[in-house]
Design a protein around this ligand. Structure first.
Ligand SMILES: [Zn+2]
Length: 482
């Protein structure tokens, strides 16, 4: 690639001391992209961690030739749902932690932050305990966002206070979507406790009154098909909730993380909140970058596959999101991966609120951003690494263990071949979903090797991992440091 830079003494470490040291594994001759931009460097790995980053290393016991490849920190997907039961659609998703993390690692994701939902009446410890049990078959490292949905449980604020000392960096709340949403008074109480303890509050931001009203009006007038979905949950509802949470968070002194912003109006509202002094992070999602709301005009059962929360938006919103990725306004890129089959999405027409929201995306997200973002000149390689690895690690208290290629960090490394062609085919993807929204689409520039904790877990699309090797990640106290 034309922008390969030569390693210099100041940009690498240890090239004197390393000359005669042999490592368990080396990744050599690649273009390493991590904090500070691309350099030509070799990486030495011992005991699952990065032991050296130097201009030239002796080949290790295992030696990976990365000539012509881009070497990046393993991606962190900070927003996934494995083994989730949708109370709204009364059905269970098909990817558990085994299938979900298998898909992730094959696509260059080495860490996932999954949502641990509090059930009504349940305490948070029980929710975390259940999620830990489910996650035991994970292939890669994982952490949780605990979704707080019921503040009537005795001592729930005390439980939230104790999360930080138990290694949790974040909680999640909903401004909309019964039965998950919290009343506004409870949102404020949660934000205050989060401010006291340093927890990041992930917020699903849609104004519930507006979405509920528009949805009811649509259903009552017989406009229940998916063609009317986007207008029932408009971008202005996102902006309104962002605006409100921005004010609440500022009043409480809390840090907030707006999950999957979908619209220009939503991003603008988040930026206004930032300028006014709210500590606010912004996430977006591949679906909003690669698809628009014209999909809801497809034949109904096909269009239902595109239902996600919030809905797909306009091409102008897509452009605004790409601009936000490029400029640095948007901090992270997450899938909200949740896998449903075509039958679950509806083989016949369903009223749009009953269609399970979301799709499988964790295996293709990193490659798609590289192919469509980096290769097509929309974002730089450095931005790609910030969005997929550095920023989520910093925000959620995992940096510098994760999110960088540096001595002492976990050896989570992905090799991307800028020339590799990849055609999406749901029958070869690891997800148990039996369809993919990008079926048949070809991308150029794709992950070819994934190293997790110093082990090659995927190579040329082949799985080299076994379930259960993933570890639960304790967040450090340095969260929210972007
Ligand atoms: Zn989600």
């Amino acid at each position: 690639m034309s922008h390969i830079l030569c390693a210099t003494r100041s940009s690498v470490s240890g090239d004197h001391q390393e000359r005669n040291v042999s490592h368990e594994m080396t990744v050599r001759n690649g273009t390493v992209v991590t904090g500070g931009g691309p350099i030509r460097a070799d990486i030495g790995i011992d005991g699952g961690r990065i032991a050296a980053v130097a201009a030239r290393l002796t080949p290790g016991t295992t030696d990976i030739d990365a000539s012509g490849l881009v070497v990046v920190p393993g991606a962190i997907d900070p927003h996934t749902h494995f083994a989730i039961y949708s109370a709204r659609s009364r059905t269970r998703s098909v990817d558990d932690y085994e299938a979900g993390t298998r898909a992730a690692l094959l696509g260059g994701v080495t860490t996932v932050l999954n949502c641990a939902f509090q059930r009504p009446g349940e305490d948070l410890d029980t929710a975390i305990g259940r999620e830990l049990e489910l996650a035991r078959m994970a292939h890669i490292d994982y952490g949780f966002h605990v979704a707080v949905t019921d503040l009537d449980v005795p001592d729930s604020l005390g439980q939230i206070r104790r999360l930080r000392s138990r290694g949790q960096a974040s909680i999640k709340v909903f401004t909309s979507l019964a039965p998950y949403l919290l009343p506004k008074r409870d949102l404020l109480r949660v934000l205050e406790v989060a401010a006291e303890t340093g927890l990041i509050v992930n917020v699903h931001v849609e104004d519930d009154a507006l979405c509920t009203h528009l949805t009811s009006r649509s259903l009552e007038s017989g406009r229940s098909s998916v063609a009317h979905y986007a207008s029932a949950r408009p971008a202005v509802a996102e902006a309104l909730a962002v605006e409100e949470i921005g004010v609440y968070a500022r009043a409480a002194g809390a840090s907030v993380y707006f999950i999957y912003l979908s619209s220009e109006a939503g991003v603008r509202a988040a930026l206004r909140a930032r300028r006014a002094g709210t500590r606010a992070f912004i996430e977006t999602r591949p679906l909003y970058l690669f698809l628009d709301d014209t999909r809801y005009s497809l034949p109904v059962t096909e269009a239902q596959r595109y239902v996600c929360l919030p809905p797909l938006r306009t091409p102008a919103d897509q452009e605004a999101l790409w601009h936000g990725l490029r400029s640095g306004d948007i901090d992270t890129y997450a899938t909200d991966h949740v896998a449903w089959t075509a039958a679950q999405k509806g083989r016949e027409e369903l009223p749009f609120p009953e269609v399970p929201a979301g799709v499988s995306n964790v295996q293709t997200s990193v490659g798609m951003l590289f192919a469509e973002g980096v290769r097509k000149g929309r974002i730089s390689l450095s931005r790609f690494v910030e969005l997929t690895a550095t920023n989520p690690a910093r925000i959620f208290g995992l940096w510098p263990r994760k999110g960088t290629i540096a001595v002492g960090s976990d050896a989570d490394i992905v090799l991307i071949d800028p020339a590799r062609r990849f055609t999406v085919r749901s029958d070869v993807l690891a997800s148990r979903a039996d369809f993919d929204l990008f079926e048949g689409q070809e991308f150029v520039g794709w992950p070819v090797v994934t190293v997790s904790g110093g082990e090659v877990v995927a190579s040329d699309g082949q799985l080299l991992s076994s379930p259960g090797r993933g570890r639960f990640l304790q967040a450090t106290q340095q969260g929210a440091a972007v």
